[in-house]
Design a protein around this ligand. Structure first.
Ligand code: HEM
Length: 294
């Protein structure tokens, strides 16, 4: 029930406004594209793409920002606030925060050299959030291939989608706490990568120190993520699961040598992810401020 032209009449400048703001945010800080892409993922996996990830905690309302996968990790909230403020200025209470996240994710990928796709629109914003669902439904970096596949199939996404969407880790950064065990204890890792990551991720301190998920081209949306996996250079345990002698190996190999196939599959999977359980019709609301329920 979403449609590509949802705002064509009600707010024709919505999409250009988001594009310009995303580009300027990335120009200010090149990591921001990755952070915005991840926000949409963490929104969609928790009760659907409904802007719930953006709600702040209050004394009487528990949001998702302190969930384990999000806390000290998600970023880009100020950029979304800024976009929302602009759009409220031109078309008050028309464009949802959930749709802003979906468009910002696409614009981020495009700005970093990745593929484009048509974003379906018309999602409305939730009046609720779920800390427990955020803790339970967002896949963990400790997951094996079977758990990863299950976590995505729970959201209606195939193993093919999971392998393609994981290619988002061709951009962005991870904190030491999320790959320490991999670099100190696992054996299916390139020795030189492990050594270089250890310099900024000591055995017992530095949990929040960051390193790129794709050290080759950290700010380009390309297929180096998969090339790295073929060389045992996945940073997260979950990354290397996509090339570890199992059923994901052949698709990973294809993407490593054929960026066009990766781009086609990634785009299709992003559309599917964006369609997870949207709120439409007269349910939910169009928030005035993405951080709080009206
Ligand atoms: C397959 C299961 C996935 C797991 C286990 C996973 C896990 C993680 C972890 C642990 C981090 C680092 C967070 C930190 O250390 O603070 C991360 C970063 C990131 N993830 Fe994923 N992720 C998965 C799938 C995805 C998907 C589907 C997308 C988007 C389509 C995505 C986009 C990103 C991006 C762009 C970053 C870097 C963010 C930044 O630099 O701010 N991830 N992911």
């Amino acid at each position: 029930q979403l449609s590509a032209n949802f705002y064509d009449k009600s707010c024709p400048n919505a999409l250009p406004t988001i594009r310009i703001a995303v580009r300027s945010a990335i120009a200010r800080e090149n990591r921001m594209g990755a952070s915005l892409l991840r926000l949409h993922f963490h929104d969609c996996f928790v009760n659907g793409c409904d802007g719930s990830v953006l709600l702040d905690d209050t004394p009487t309302f528990t949001g998702e920002k302190t969930a384990a996968p999000n806390n000290n990790s998600l970023r880009g909230f100020d950029v979304i606030d800024n976009i929302k403020a602009h759009i409220e200025g031109i078309c008050p209470q028309v464009v949802s925060c959930a749709d802003i996240l979906a468009v910002a994710a696409r614009e981020s990928v495009v700005a970093l050299g990745g593929p484009t796709w048509v974003v379906q629109l018309g999602r409305r914003d939730s009046t609720t959030a779920s800390l427990d669902t955020a803790n339970n439904d967002i896949p963990a970096p400790t997951f094996d291939l079977g758990d990863l596949t299950k976590s995505f199939s729970n959201k209606g996404l195939s193993a093919t989608d999971m392998i393609a969407l994981s290619g988002a880790h061709t951009i962005g950064q991870a904190r030491c706490v999320n790959f320490r065990n991999r670099i100190y204890s696992e054996t299916n890792i390139d020795t030189s990568l492990a050594t270089s990551l250890k310099s900024n991720c000591p055995n017992t301190t530095g949990d929040n120190n960051i390193s790129p998920l794709d050290a080759s081209t950290p700010y380009a949306f390309d297929n180096f993520y998969y090339k790295n996996l073929l060389n045992k250079k996945g940073v997260l345990h979950s990354d290397q699961q996509l090339f570890n002698g199992g059923s994901a190996d052949s698709q990973t190999t294809t993407y490593s040598s054929n960026m066009a196939t990766f781009f086609t599959d990634f785009s299709a999977a992003m559309v599917k992810m964006g369609n997870i359980n949207p709120i439409t019709g007269s349910s939910g609301q169009i928030r005035k401020n993405c951080r709080k329920v009206n």
